[in-house]
Design a protein around this ligand. Structure first.
Ligand code: C2E
Ligand code: CA
Ligand code: CA
Length: 785
């Protein structure tokens, strides 16, 4: 009982409601209440008027009139207050609360006055007036059912109910049945008041909440647009843009007013206005809109003031209450930056960052596709290698090296037709796919490339030259897949380089045979050391001034089980490629040291080192150990390195050279003049000796001789405190000229060929002065034996 009273109290006085809600509720109800109360009051006034006329002649009429007048005044007060409230400009929730409170008092007074009036009238009715009074009672009871808020309804219903019961009890003739009937009606109206008011309150509260939510959503959306790069869009059923937000107008770079056209054309500009190809993003967007389907993160290109940008659009159809399409709403964002970044990442993944040419990944794909179509159209693969590129890096620096690569890439592109593709495979390796089966045409492209790439480059006032060699293979003749084509083009490139730099060669199956031969040689080479098939020969080096032997160059020979004696030129390159040169070189050194230990102390020996040997971190230790083991002083050893070694120099190579030099081992620069002859090498390391290549010596004394070069080298060496040895001296004239030029040492067939250790020991022991400088230029097979 107590609990239901508490619930009723809560319901009547809006207790236990969240803060502000009761006031909001009063506020919402005040307007409707005012309108209804005016209507009720007008009806009440007319009823009072009716009663006045009816009961005018009755006893106690004065008292009745007084009460009726008070009731009428109450109605007038209610009308007055309600009108004032309706005319109130900006009422607040608190005002509403106060207004309702005042109205409750007035209504309660009205209820009490009506009760008094009914009691009085029922006691003095004249018999015919009973029906009218019962009717008024029912009317009075039914009135609060129409009133909300509940407090007002109860304020009227309660006194009127009590009054009616009292009036019936105090009536002249107590009609028990009527009393019972009206009491049930009182209960029914009481229930209806509670029930309907509760329902009404729920509705109003629901509306308030909805409004609050809508307000909140509006705030959140505004906040969303202001704080993010995204924007909202909305259309009506005709797909015309609605409520264009400032943010949307900003990204579309046009005033909001001009964006009221049809979606998507009005928004996306020319890109959407024209008909896209089927499957294009614009067409997909049009299709989903036509199907009234939702879409998510659809990326579409947009033309904004001539600039192409990308928008990501998400949209959802809106349906009205009857389920009819009412438009679209959604969000959009400008993802141009993101998209450009993605495009750049995709580009970088498939292109070389320096030259912007396709990289190996993309090249492989293109070649693969070209091979698939090669049966119909023919494809040629050109593998290009830059000659002496390392030298550019070494002499001009890496920045120039990079600039050369970029320039080469540009020139390559300039030599190609649109359907051909040039790629950088790495380092100074390039590849070109030429879509043609015409040998003459392919050859012309290759020739053009070699010519263009080889013409000088100008960088910061410096002229840089570089050569190019090209190997060409064709599909399907030389291989019908990418890897076969690459292999055959590589063989052709190998051949092009061997034939002299700046050449281009088509693949020939013969090259395969050479490759087979190299493979066989390689297998045999793997067994040569354990099978003791190597032998060392010693070519005496002569002091030109007194013609005595100073030392020897150690030269390697291989007694091949089937092919007889092979010179280093026939197998050293293979040994280098296959990694055998390390152990072979070590054997040469140990063997030479042991041999030198038998010679007189003043006889030195020169050992050739291949560039690959410098990759061995134990090289210095091995050399010193070999010397120690044989008991030979490091001062007697000379190491001959070529310019290739210097080209491939690494910190490791330089450290090894300095270490050996520090130990007293002399270092000679071999084959000087044949390679890149970069003077920077001479500055980078203090060589003890320069060996002039025999190609310069060969023509000495001829009409078109190289004496000026030889003279220059000798002069340079003298200034840099280096000894010069001339190689391949075959004639007395050459020896005489060299002597007159001031060349200190020489070796060559004129003096001695490469000798067996026994023979060399013999020659040294005899210590013969070589006086007979007769020519010995005729080829002598004994060179290799
Ligand atoms: P290189 O260092 O220039 O050696 C001199 C080459 O010229 C030797 O050829 C020698 O036999 C040849 N020669 C000497 N005098 C004359 C001459 O008057 N006329 C002619 N036509 N030729 C002459 P070889 O022995 O065939 O050696 C070729 C190259 O092999 C050497 O060139 C050297 O770079 C390399 N080599 C030789 N032995 C070794 C070695 O043990 N290890 C390494 N890594 N390379 C070696
Ligand atoms: Ca040499
Ligand atoms: Ca040499």
């Amino acid at each position: 009982m107590l609990r239901s009273w508490a619930a009723l109290r809560n319901l009547i006085f809006y207790l236990k409601m969240p803060e502000g809600l009761a006031e909001r509720l009063y506020f919402e109800q005040a307007r409707d209440f005012s309108r209804i109360i005016i209507a009720i009051s007008l009806l009440g006034l007319s009823t009072i008027g009716l009663l006045f006329l009816e009961f005018r002649a009755n006893a106690q009429a004065l008292l009745h009139d007084a009460v009726m007048l008070t009731v009428a005044l109450c109605y007038c007060a209610l009308i007055g207050r309600a009108r004032r409230w309706l005319l109130h400009r900006a009422p607040t929730g608190a005002d509403a609360h106060l207004y309702i409170k005042n109205m409750i008092r007035l209504i309660a007074l009205l209820g009490v006055l009506w009760s008094v009036l009914l009691i009085l009238l029922l006691r003095h009715e004249n018999g015919d007036q009973v029906a009218l009074l019962y009717g008024i009672m029912v009317g009075c009871l039914a009135t609060p059912v129409m009133v909300s808020p509940l407090s007002c309804a109860i304020a009227y219903w309660l006194p009127i109910s009590v009054g009616i019961v009292l009036a019936l009890i105090l009536a002249r003739d107590l009609e028990v049945l009527t009393l019972l009937d009206l009491t049930s009606f009182i209960a029914l109206t009481g229930f209806c008041i509670l029930f309907l008011n509760q329902r009404l309150n729920e509705r109003v509260i629901g509306t308030i909440r909805l409004e609050e939510n809508a307000e909140l959503i509006k705030l959140l959306l505004r906040d969303f647009e202001e704080s993010s790069s995204d924007w909202l869009w909305e259309t009506n059923a005709e797909m015309k843009l609605q409520r264009v937000s400032p943010r949307l107008a900003e990204v579309a770079r046009s005033p909001a007013a001009t964006l009221s056209g049809r979606f998507p054309e009005a928004l996306l500009g020319e890109a959407a206005a024209c008909v896209g190809h089927p499957g294009s993003p614009i067409e997909r967007l049009r299709q989903v809109i036509e199907e009234r389907a939702p879409f998510r993160d659809l990326v579409v290109p947009v033309q904004i003031q001539g600039e192409e940008r990308y928008w990501s659009l998400t949209g959802k159809p809106i349906l009205d209450k009857s389920g009819r399409f009412a438009g679209y709403h959604g969000i959009g964002s400008d993802i141009t930056g993101q998209r450009r970044q993605q495009e750049q990442i995709a580009f970088l993944a498939r292109h070389d960052s320096l030259t912007k040419l396709p990289n190996r990944l993309m090249f492989d794909e293109v070649l693969h596709r070209a091979c698939e179509k090669s049966a119909e159209s023919g494809v040629a693969l050109l593998c290009l290698d830059l000659d002496q590129f390392k030298l550019i890096n070494d002499t001009h620096g890496h920045a120039t090296g990079d600039a050369v690569l970029v320039a080469v890439a540009e020139r390559l592109n300039g030599c190609l037709r649109e359907r051909d593709v040039a790629a950088r495979l790495g380092g100074d390796e390039f590849a070109i796919i030429v879509m043609s089966d015409d040998v003459a045409e392919i050859g012309a492209v290759a020739g053009r490339i070699v010519e263009r790439v080889s013409s000088p480059y100008q960088f910061e006032g410096q002229s840089v030259r570089i050569g190019a060699s090209i190997g060409i293979s064709r599909a399907p003749q030389d291989g019908d897949n990418a890897s076969a084509l690459l292999k055959t083009a590589d063989l052709a490139l190998y051949r092009a380089k061997a034939d002299g730099r700046g050449a281009w060669r088509f693949y020939d199956p013969e090259m395969d045979e050479i490759l087979q031969e190299r493979r066989a040689l390689r297998s045999a080479l793997a067994l040569a050391l354990p099978r003791h098939e190597f032998e060392l020969k010693y070519q005496p080096i002569v002091n030109l001034a007194d013609r005595h032997i100073l030392g020897a160059e150690v030269l390697l020979r291989w007694h091949h089980p089937e092919r007889g004696v092979l010179g280093p030129d026939q197998f050293i390159a293979i040994a280098e490629e296959s990694g055998f040169v390390g152990p072979i070189g070590e054997w040469v050194l140990q063997q030479a040291c042991l041999e030198a230990a038998r010679w007189p102390e003043h006889i030195s020996f020169a050992v050739n080192l291949s560039p690959r040997q410098f990759r061995d971190a134990g090289l210095v230790e091995n050399i010193l150990a070999a010397l120690r083991h044989a008991g030979v002083s490091p001062q007697r050893l000379e190491l001959e390195i070529t310019e290739t070694t210097m080209l491939e120099t690494s910190a490791l190579t330089m450290a090894a050279l300095w270490e050996l030099h520090g130990q007293g081992v002399r270092i000679a620069l071999d084959d000087f003049g044949t390679g890149y002859s970069s003077l920077s090498y001479l500055q980078r390391f203090p060589f003890d000796k320069i060996k002039i290549d025999r190609s310069f010596i060969r023509d000495l004394g001829d009409e078109k001789d190289d004496s000026s070069i030889v003279l220059a080298i000798i002069g340079l060496a003298e200034r840099m405190n280096m000894i010069v040895t001339a190689e391949g001296v075959e004639t007395g004239e050459q020896a005489m000229l060299l002597t007159s030029y001031g060349c200190a040492q020489a070796q060559g067939h004129l003096f001695h060929r490469a000798l067996s250790p026994e023979k060399f020991a013999e020659v040294v022991a005899a210590d013969l002065r070589i006086d007979d400088w007769s020519d010995c230029s005729s080829p002598d097979p004994a060179t290799l034996s």
